[in-house]
Design a protein around this ligand. Structure first.
Ligand code: GDP
Ligand code: MG
Length: 257
């Protein structure tokens, strides 16, 4: 199973080197694709330097800050074009613990010749695995109250309106089977911010791909600052509402698990 970890970065100078080292230690066989938006703090150059030292790391340099959704669209397309079997996504800031990557990979791993549906019913591989803060065993440790409330209630609203059968639709810590990712064509998504993550889950569920959640403990970042903005919060609320109305009008709720 060839796996790649796609990690968007913007002004993450303090995090990039320890992150790449931690990923290498956790999953020595996995490649890493850093998607940097010409970070003014020099994260891109530091990533290149670390890549030269470690090997198995590529850096995609984009001309300027274009948002999380755009960075993932770009990175996922490169990962699919390069023929990886599994694509992992995560933040560089250690909110997503690199030592949990093997657990996510194990949940999408399927014995050769077993189709995903059969494997999922047997408790084996899923098409996508979400590192989830809102299933038993999951948690948000030391996050400020306003971020906890926003994330928790945002996900409750998403669950109510879209009925995806997923508790944490906005977690960026995931592993996708490449065939499923290809099937939902991430490059044709439109969301700019973290709504991109909900957009992908919605497409997976609509197309009947088994999505599983495994608990993670999400930690607040120690270094650098969050790029979350009121604009992308509003975008997420508006998009979820619009998708909900679309489903209602078409009377076609996505299939539940
Ligand atoms: N390339 C790129 N990466 C981004 C952008 N915005 C955020 N990121 C990265 O995406 C990840 C999540 O962003 P973060 O600020 O940690 O969001 P939070 O966890 O919701 O507070 C981090 O690794 C960021 O460096 C962007 O516009 N472009
Ligand atoms: Mg973060």
């Amino acid at each position: 199973m060839r796996a790649v970890v796609v990690v968007p970065t913007y002004n993450e100078r303090e995090n990039i080197q320890p992150f790449l080292a931690a990923v290498r230690a956790a999953v020595p066989a996995a490649d890493v694709l850093v998607v940097d938006d010409n970070s003014p703090d020099g994260t891109g150059a530091l990533a290149e330097q670390t890549a030269a030292e470690l090997g198995q790391v590529k850096v995609l340099h984009r001309p300027g800050k274009q948002g999380l959704g755009s960075a993932y669209r770009n990175g996922f397309q490169v990962a699919l074009d390069e023929g990886y079997d599994v694509v992992v996504s995560m933040d560089v800031d250690f909110s997503h613990d690199p030592t949990a990557i093997p657990t996510l990979l194990a949940a999408v791993d399927v014995a050769a010749g077993t189709d995903a549906g059969t494997a999922a019913r047997a408790g084996g591989g899923a098409d996508a695995v979400i590192g989830s803060r809102y299933v038993p065993g999951g948690a948000t440790a030391d996050w400020p109250l306003h971020r906890r409330l926003l994330s928790r209630w945002g996900n409750r609203y998403t669950g109510l309106v879209l009925g995806l059968g997923v508790r944490d639709a906005t977690s960026g810590f995931r592993a996708y089977r490449a065939s499923a990712l290809r099937d939902i064509d991430p490059s044709s998504t439109t969301a700019e911010g973290y709504a991109f993550l909900t957009e992908l889950v919605r497409r997976l569920v609509v197309k009947g791909h088994p999505v599983r959640e495994v608990p993670i403990v999400f930690r607040d970042r120690e270094f650098g600052t969050s790029k979350m903005s009121s604009r992308i919060i509003v975008e997420s609320m508006l998009l979820v509402t619009r998708w909900g109305i679309t489903d209602l009008v078409s009377r076609r709720r996505p299939r539940r698990r």
